[in-house]
Design a binder for this molecule. Structure first.
Ligand SMILES: Nc1ncnc2c1ncn2[C@@H]1O[C@H](COP(=O)(O)OP(=O)(O)OP(=O)(O)O)[C@@H](O)[C@H]1O
Length: 351
């Protein structure tokens, strides 16, 4: 459905008298099969939106080639546009028409009959929690409601290939869950292919068959979330001790079980009464560890095991945490909408 080879995008900008060149996308190859849901992850400025804009024909690649739905993004841009749905990060510019009319007009632009566009639009309004807002003007909607309207516009013509640029940023948890349901449904019922960028690791993990990670304009990983996590990180074991005296011996015992190549004291993090380390397979390691601690009369307050997250994957690949690589932004939610999470740029909810 999507095939890209050596995609490059450079931007020229001027800082004072100095001209600089930003290589926003630096040789991207992509293959997305029909019916696949791909989560495109990376820190701010990694090149996600620029890649998406090239694939959706909004930006001509500086170098490289890409076909989308079988059409060339440069020489057959019109056919590409007809074949896809696109929800941009910033949303569309709305006229002064009512929300429902905007959506129906948008469907008709794609060749739908008015009655079909209205029926489908009403269905989407209900699914995206926009009930009762059909006749409201978009400028009088909250930020979150406008975001959901953007999504309704992108899906009105039931595209079988959908590009979603941060579709749920600024949405409250319930609206996010609804949209997830909707995206899962697009694939289940229509066999749609979905290519989405997101800063929410749990979203990428939950929705995607495959995660593609981009950093500094280059793809650094591409695999299922399960495989990425299994290949890279061990499980994090977090022990809470009852007394400071037990911390040192617990740290020594846990260190000896840490992942091969990462064992020893340096693999162990001590934080107050907590001792943490990664072990290859916690399910197998923990029973022995507990028995060992018990024999040594070490009293545990609690033990927690965290499966590796996509953030751990990114950290292992690049030496940086996705969270640290993000900037905090607060846009997205409008009046009457719950505020977005404290660091909407990236939220980790897996652990
Ligand atoms: N029109 C432009 N002119 C100059 N530089 C640009 C332009 N558009 C993007 N860039 C730069 O290209 C790089 C990649 O930007 P891009 O928006 O693709 O990143 P992103 O991964 O989508 O980031 P975010 O998660 O913040 O949306 C950044 O360094 C950005 O500043």
């Amino acid at each position: 459905m999507i095939q890209a080879r050596g995609l490059v995008q450079t931007f020229r900008s001027r800082e004072g008298r100095k001209k600089t060149e930003v290589r926003a996308v630096d040789g991207v190859d992509l293959d997305v099969a029909e019916g696949e849901v791909v989560g495109f992850l990376g820190p701010n400025g990694a090149g996600k939106t620029t890649t998406l804009r090239m694939l959706t024909t909004l930006l001509r690649p500086t170098e490289g080639t890409a076909t989308v739905a079988g059409f060339d993004v440069v020489t057959q841009s019109e056919q590409v546009r007809r074949s896809i749905g696109y929800v941009s990060q910033t949303g569309g510019a709305f006229s002064s028409a009512r929300a429902g009319d905007e959506v129906v007009d948008h469907g008709m632009l794609y060749g739908m009959r008015g009655a079909d566009a209205t029926r489908r639009g009403k269905e989407l309004f209900e699914q995206l929690d926009l009930d009762g807002l059909w006749t409201r003007m978009p400028k009088n909607m909250s930020g979150g409601q406008r975001r959901r309207l953007d999504i309704a516009m992108g899906l009105i013509h039931d595209p079988t290939l959908v590009f979603l640029d941060e579709p749920t940023t600024g949405l409250d948890p319930q609206a996010r869950a609804n949209l997830w349901e909707h995206i899962a449904d697009l694939r289940r019922r229509r066999g749609a292919t979905v290519f989405l960028t997101t800063h929410y690791l749990d979203e990428a993990d939950h929705l995607s068959d495959r995660i593609v990670i981009i950093d500094h304009g280059r793809i650094v990983a591409s695999d299922s979330a399960e495989n990425l996590k299994a290949n890279i990180s061990g499980d994090l074991v977090d022990l809470e001790l009852a007394s400071a005296g037990d911390v040192t011996s617990a740290a020594r015992r846990l260190g000896s079980m840490a992942e091969p190549g990462r064992g020893g004291a340096e693999a162990v993090e001590v934080d107050g009464f907590h001792v943490r380390a990664r072990v290859a397979q916690a399910g197998r390691a923990v029973p022995g560890l507990l028995a060992d601690l018990s024999r040594a009369d070490i009293t545990l307050e609690s033990i927690e095991v965290h499966r590796p997250t996509l953030d751990d994957v990114f950290l292992t690949l690049t030496g940086r945490s996705l969270r640290d690589a993000q900037e905090t932004t607060t846009d997205g939610a409008g009046p009457g909408e719950p505020a977005p999470p404290a660091t909407p740029a990236l939220v980790r909810q897996e652990q």
